[in-house]
Write a new protein. Structure first.
Lengths: 782, 157
């Protein structure tokens, strides 16, 4: 098939026209006749029994339509769903959207007010009287698992234990010349999509429409039906313009369920928009794991075995995929390295904090951090250059396809090529020389180099693999292509964009495949009435799964058009050949019909062949047969002021291999944004709770998202090793930057300080923490 | 209730508002100018930035009554038949992904370029410190502002 120039073209985005002019349709913009506003009262206690809730004073206030406590919803609200029961004996506690008798984190909803405007609703919240009987907060995972710990739930603080082993781990560690053991802490993060969550629900007759800032309109529709018992055919979920997600909007939330129930109870459209402080409390958090990692190696650096014992903080409840997040990491610890044996054990632990769930990378950044970090520690132990250690252990490009010790079959990759390019762009050898000189001279500004030769599993996911891991749904994606009579094209996708640029990228795929102009294509998404089937957007899956469904739907259109063209041209379809945009007679290209002509002829339907339906439309559902495995080499140089602990990123080089690139501008943007979030974990961000379980970082004044002034200019380049498991050769890019960058930055900080005796710095590596680490290493802890 | 009058994107509005009403809520909920979004409640994110009498202001940190008699320009008032050079540059440099921070970022950049028509990259980074973006890592935003500065310079010379 001839390929047009659309694949790989740096197109500016179609989406931008509405976004740069303010003609956006955020959920909070929606105004419906008779619409009323909801405000939620949230628990100020980390753990308490609710002894009474009195909403009567709120009910009598001017402008207030209603006020409710959990008891008012007890019969109908059900329990928020967890779709990933990772083990048969997992403890999944009941999780009512509005608490009825006990609260288990600060921010849990205990009551609500519905009023004419948002100010009146907020005022009336103050009149609700809740009596709590305090119970002990449970904040630390190790303490939570200790004998005699107060319990978060009646069944205890352990949700599940998930073990995995491959190869003879005992043998790998027995008599190993080098064994190192480390404990790393993945701090808790707050996703902080720029658009706070918002939801509008309206019920007309039996039909409910929910507009909501979500990544998953289709999954949400199914779960509203399954949990609340509303007939699925009566539910329409619309994700209007959605302002970022990063996993935080991959959720079925209390506020969405309650909006549905309130709209039904009150017979009026209801709207809820959260404030940022409310969001920091009650949008699911990410990470929060304690990683004990042990590695066995030979003296020459060859890896023998790896063992990981993980504690994962679930928070107070299991939300949509809470327990599955650390398992996505389970398969990534061996990364790009060959070894004889691997064991992994994850214990899911309940604490009285906001539940955790997917945040950009979801399990894979944590795993990548630990393996890349421990490789640096091992290199230091062996006195070897950390890049050399990686080379001795990575899968070489001749060895693909390669089945990792964790059981994943990596279809393609070229770690040597990406690394060589990164090393050159970075000026690795010169920087090492400068580092040596600064060490020699005792320069107060020390230079450190961090390396991340990462891979990730993307394109979630083959349905049967998800089934084998006990996930509740499949991993396919759906698309439809509709040829309009004028030759223009409507593309319907089950992927649900919230900043990715699907409208542009999908147009490029269709333009390439069908040979129609990019401008003639419109992409429809994010509304279950318009796009009735889908598995939505997360896990770098949109292009690698959803994009392939679009290809499938295009190919079906081309096949249908062939039959119709043959009829129009009065030739056998065997005599036709396709060049993008046109079927013509082989050997006589003048004799042919463009796809637009065929579309019009199909619409008129005057002389279609017998038995051919007058439609060129098609649908396709694609279920991948493998994950995709983007990889890359990221190198970071930092300058650390050893007198103040201040860390400054001096240069950052990212060479990513995401397979074939549909739009390099979009890919580069995804890498930039991913880097910013990964660097933020390394240097800036942490969700902190005090000893009583109060979140201390409720605002953006306390939770430090980096600004333009905090980040460097990145050097980004690519190598291109096409995926062999899908027809576009694509691999996904949404999470790569975040996964790769955290270990590159932290390892650079530690690399700068190793001569001073510093072996680790807890993330985020703030000036204070770095300064303390330096002074503790000097034996001068204060 | 207090009377306020202001001009928003060239149109005059007269309303009675609660004295506590934030300017951003007035813009969005009363005047229906929803192009200006709200991203936080502590004036850290800058998503709600508008021009108030020509100077950038975070409209979540101003009361509607404080804007009495003011001239407000929002993102919806930036295009004048054709896109403002900043809107064009943001599009061409892929300086937005989800687009939620974009209105504030463009308005802050407009004030930055008014103040400093030929900034260095570092000056752009520092000048936009009060506007947070979670998608782009800022690199293309900086590039877009530099490009818009170049375009305006080119037009002026």
């Amino acid at each position: 098939m001839t390929v047009t120039t659309e694949i790989g073209k740096p197109r500016a985005r179609k989406e931008d026209a509405r976004l740069v002019t303010g003609q956006t349709n955020w959920t909070d913009n929606i105004v419906l006749p008779g619409m009323v506003h909801v405000a939620y009262l949230r628990s100020p206690m980390a753990h308490a029994r609710i002894t009474s809730v009195d909403v009567s004073a709120a009910r009598g206030t001017s402008g207030v339509i209603a006020a409710f406590s959990g008891a008012d919803f007890a019969a109908e609200q059900g329990s928020l769903p967890c779709a990933w029961p990772v083990t048969p004996d997992i403890v999944i506690p009941a999780h009512p959207p509005m608490a009825t008798d006990e609260v288990r984190y600060v921010g849990e909803i205990v009551a609500c007010v519905v009023a004419r405007d948002r100010y009146a609703a907020a005022d009336a919240l103050e009149l609700i009287d809740v009596e709590y009987e305090p119970l002990p907060a449970v904040l630390d995972m190790e303490a939570a698992l200790a004998e005699g710990s107060p319990k978060v739930h009646e069944a205890g603080n352990k949700s599940f234990v998930w073990p995995f082993a491959q190869g003879d781990v005992d043998a790998a560690f027995r008599d190993a010349p080098v064994v190192i053991e480390r404990t790393y802490r993945q701090q808790r993060l707050i996703p902080c999509a720029m658009e706070p969550r918002a939801t509008v629900a309206a019920m007309v007759g039996d039909e409910i429409t929910l507009w909501t800032a979500t990544q998953i309109p289709h999954v949400l529709r199914f779960l509203i039906a399954a949990v609340l018992g509303i007939p699925e055919q009566n539910i329409r979920v619309i994700a209007p313009d959605v302002g970022g997600g990063f996993g935080s909007k991959l959720q079925v939330t209390a506020e969405e369920f309650l909006a549905v129930l309130l709209a039904r109870k009150l017979g009026r459209p209801v709207k809820w928009t959260e404030s940022r402080s409310e969001g920091n409390l009650a949008v699911h958090h990410g990470r929060d794991q304690l990683q004990r990692i042990k590695v066995a190696a030979d003296r020459d650096g060859r890896l023998r075995g790896l063992s990981v014992d993980l504690l994962a903080d679930m928070g107070a409840y299991l939300m949509l995929v809470t327990p599955g997040v650390p398992l996505l990491g389970a398969f990534m610890y061996p990364a790009i390295y060959k070894m004889d044996a691997y064991s992994f054990k994850c214990t899911g632990v309940f604490t009285t904090k906001m539940p955790t769930d997917a945040y950009r990378g979801a399990g894979r950044p944590e795993a990548t951090y630990a393996i890349e970090h421990v490789m640096d520690d091992l290199a230091a132990e062996l006195g070897m250059d950390p890049l050399e250690l990686r080379k001795r252990n990575w899968i070489t490009h001749e060895e693909f396809p390669f089945t990792s010790i964790a059981g994943l079959t990596y279809d393609s990759g070229n770690y040597e090529a990406a690394t060589a390019k990164a090393v050159e762009l970075f000026g690795y050898d010169d920087l090492r020389k400068e580092q040596a000189a600064r060490r020699e001279s005792g320069d107060p500004i020390q230079l450190g180099i961090g390396i991340s030769t990462f891979t990730e599993m993307c394109g979630l996911a083959p349905s049967r693999v998800l089934g084998s891991l006990a996930y509740g749904a499949g991993g396919w994606e759906h698309a439809a292509v509709r040829m309009l009579p004028t030759g223009k094209v409507e593309v319907v996708t089950g992927s649900s964009a919230h900043g990715q640029g699907h409208e542009t990228a999908w147009s490029q795929i269709v333009a390439d495949r069908l040979g129609v102009p990019f401008e003639d294509i419109r992409v429809l998404h994010g509304d279950t009435l318009v796009s009735p089937k889908g598995m939505d957007t997360y896990g770098s899956r949109s292009l690698t799964v959803g994009g392939i469904a679009v290809v499938g739907a295009c190919d079906k259109v081309i096949e249908k058009a062939k039959t119709i063209a043959a009829g129009l041209l009065e030739v056998s379809s065997d005599d036709l050949e396709w060049t993008p945009g046109r079927w013509s007679v082989r050997g006589d290209p003048e004799q042919g019909r463009s796809i637009a002509e065929i579309s019009l002829a199909t619409f008129a339907a005057h002389n279609l062949p017998d038995g051919v339906e007058p439609s060129l439309d098609s649908e396709s559902t694609y279920d991948p047969n493998n994950f995709s495995f983007p990889h890359g080499t990221h190198l970071c140089a930092v300058e650390v002021d050893t007198e103040t602990g201040q860390v400054k990123i001096r240069s950052y080089v990212a060479v990513d291999d995401v397979g074939v690139v549909v739009n390099p501008v979009i890919v580069e943007g995804q890498v930039h944004g991913g880097l910013a979030q990964g660097i933020a974990q390394a240097l800036y961000e942490e969700a902190a709770y005090d000893a009583d379980g109060n979140l201390l970082t409720t605002t953006l004044a306390d939770y430090l998202i980096p600004s333009a002034a905090d980040l460097p200019t990145f050097v980004t380049e690519r190598t291109e090793t096409p995926s062999t498991t899908n027809p576009l050769g694509v691999k996904g890019v949404g999470e790569a930057g975040t996964i790769a960058s955290t270990p590159a930055v932290v390892d650079a900080v530690i690399d700068a300080l190793r001569p001073l005796g510093v072996t680790d710095v807890q993330m985020p590596c703030t000036a204070e923490r770095v300064w303390r680490a330096i002074n503790e290493a000097k034996g001068d802890a204060r | 209730m207090t009377k306020v009058s202001m001009t928003i994107d060239g149109v005059r509005y007269d309303d009675e508002v609660e004295p506590r009403m934030l300017l951003v809520h007035y813009l969005r909920d009363v005047a229906g100018r929803t192009g200006t979004p709200i991203g936080c409640d502590t004036s850290n994110c800058g998503a709600c930035t508008v021009l108030l009498n020509g100077l950038s202001a975070k409209s979540c940190s101003v009361l509607a009554v404080q804007a009495d008699d003011a001239e407000i320009t929002t993102i919806q008032g930036m295009a004048n038949g054709e896109w403002h050079p900043l809107q064009q540059a943001f599009h061409e440099e892929h300086a937005l992904q989800c687009g939620y921070c974009t209105p504030g970022m463009i308005m802050a950049a407009a004030d930055l370029l008014r103040d400093n028509p030929d900034p260095t990259e570092q000056e752009v980074r520092e000048g936009l410190e009060g506007n947070l973006c979670r998608c782009t890592g800022y690199q293309n935003i900086v590039r877009a502002v530099m490009r818009a500065a170049g375009a305006s310079q080119g037009a002026a010379s």
